[in-house]
Design a protein around this ligand. Sequence first.
Ligand SMILES: *[C@@H]1O[C@H](CO)[C@@H](O)[C@H](O)[C@H]1NC(C)=O
Ligand SMILES: *[C@@H]1O[C@H](CO)[C@@H](O)[C@H](O)[C@H]1NC(C)=O
Ligand SMILES: *[C@@H]1O[C@H](CO)[C@@H](O)[C@H](O)[C@H]1NC(C)=O
Ligand SMILES: *[C@@H]1O[C@H](CO)[C@@H](O)[C@H](O)[C@H]1NC(C)=O
Ligand SMILES: *[C@@H]1O[C@H](CO)[C@@H](O)[C@H](O)[C@H]1NC(C)=O
Ligand SMILES: *[C@@H]1O[C@H](CO)[C@@H](O)[C@H](O)[C@H]1NC(C)=O
Ligand SMILES: *[C@@H]1O[C@H](CO)[C@@H](O)[C@H](O)[C@H]1NC(C)=O
Length: 399
Amino acid sequence: MRIQSLQNRSPFLLKLTILIVLIIFFMQYTSMSLSQNKINASENIFENQSITRQANNIARSRYKSDETKNTTNQSKIDVTKTASVNEPKIIDYKEVSTNQSDVSGRKYTSYIKTYNNFEKEQSLCLSNSKTKQLSKKRNCPNSGIVTVREGGRLGNQIWEYISVWLVAEETSMEPYVPSCIKSRLSTLFDNLNLPVIRDIYHCAIKETSKNQNIILPMYIVKPELLAHRINDIKQVFSIKQTLLVQSQKKLHEGVKYLNSTFHTFVGVHARRTDYIVYLKRKYNIVPQVTNFFESAMSYFENKYPKTIFIFISDNPNWCFGEFGAKKNVYVTGRGTKHSPELDVAIMASCNHSIIDYGTFGQWGALLAGGETVYYEISPKYPSDLLGKHLSNWHTIKLS
Ligand SMILES: *[C@@H]1O[C@H](CO)[C@@H](O)[C@H](O)[C@H]1NC(C)=O
Ligand SMILES: *[C@@H]1O[C@H](CO)[C@@H](O)[C@H](O)[C@H]1NC(C)=O
Ligand SMILES: *[C@@H]1O[C@H](CO)[C@@H](O)[C@H](O)[C@H]1NC(C)=O
Ligand SMILES: *[C@@H]1O[C@H](CO)[C@@H](O)[C@H](O)[C@H]1NC(C)=O
Ligand SMILES: *[C@@H]1O[C@H](CO)[C@@H](O)[C@H](O)[C@H]1NC(C)=O
Ligand SMILES: *[C@@H]1O[C@H](CO)[C@@H](O)[C@H](O)[C@H]1NC(C)=O
Ligand SMILES: *[C@@H]1O[C@H](CO)[C@@H](O)[C@H](O)[C@H]1NC(C)=O
């Protein structure tokens, strides 16, 4: 009897099992395809769309967008592509964790549990960020973090670093820079305080409204935000002592060369090479740099007797050809090429600045802190925006 009844029941059990398996399979399939769709639609990266929307609104309202440059480099999964250019895209790390050459969206389905899972920061870096000594385990972030993609050379990377800090301050989120940027800037500055992402590798990413993350695009500049925090620059960036010592030597080389008794040093940054093409393409201008430098130098000569001009350039020979005959011009880096770090330090050691264009000159002048005369490019150009907000920055009428 017992055996009979079992035999009778077993087809039922089998059917039930098959049904359950089918239901589970169906549910899995549905939820998989749902999450696939969500992730494809780049607005809806988080599981709970309601939370996502709320958090985006909070973060956006905290974030006063003053982005002015269309600096997006068109990498395939550039986070700014789906957002408006002027607005940082608010995303979580699933997006950067994927293979950057892949836009299919398929890889997003593998869920990421800790910051460690997104390719060891390297997805934000162009250069190699393997510098172990920088990392220090930290408490996990309470809210979302602000970080940035690495792009460009020294001047760009200083902007990228400070932009993380500025946006974090603005949004009350926590700033973390990729190690590649921090180690790049460590050749110029001492005691860079921002933590690196690998400090929080052990932390889980919790997808809550408090855990929105912002990844700023490469080449970002934040002139207006910076202008409001200009007094903090010296604290964020302190130039290495060895570079400062070398810079003083260079300045005195100039003094000696000119047989001068100096009073005032004006650092002049002349950006040549690639930038001229960029300005033509981007702003459709062909700058009259020689005219500009002449005008700016006369301005300082009139204001401070015994001014000497220290030229810093990616093409020192051009500078020497144009201005080398003047009694108060010393062109640095003509014999042996300086490192970019030393060039920034020399500019920063001068009392005032003349800059034509480019992020490098902007930082030389910002770190010098004195009066800055810049070439007027366009109301939206970073130097012009700094000029609009900083009382010691101004442009000059060309003679
Ligand atoms: C999503 O978040 C909202 C707001 O916190 C909450 O009211 C809602 O129940 C959540 N929905 C799901 C499916 O978890
Ligand atoms: C920004 O650059 C992209 C790619 O070059 C271009 O498609 C877009 O129109 C530009 N946007 C603005 C506001 O200039
Ligand atoms: C953007 O990146 C691509 C590929 O990495 C490169 O070829 C291109 O020159 C870059 N564009 C700019 C404006 O830097
Ligand atoms: C990205 O995908 C390409 C093509 O599938 C592959 O060759 C490459 O190694 C992948 N890169 C990374 C970092 O996974
Ligand atoms: C999501 O991505 C997959 C893989 O590329 C694609 O087949 C599918 O059509 C996409 N779905 C949506 C809604 O874009
Ligand atoms: C500085 O003085 C030396 C020696 O008197 C002279 O040879 C040199 O030309 C002077 N340099 C300049 C820039 O006047
Ligand atoms: C001008 O710069 C020189 C060289 O760095 C420095 O020794 C001097 O103190 C500065 N002068 C003023 C007024 O800041």
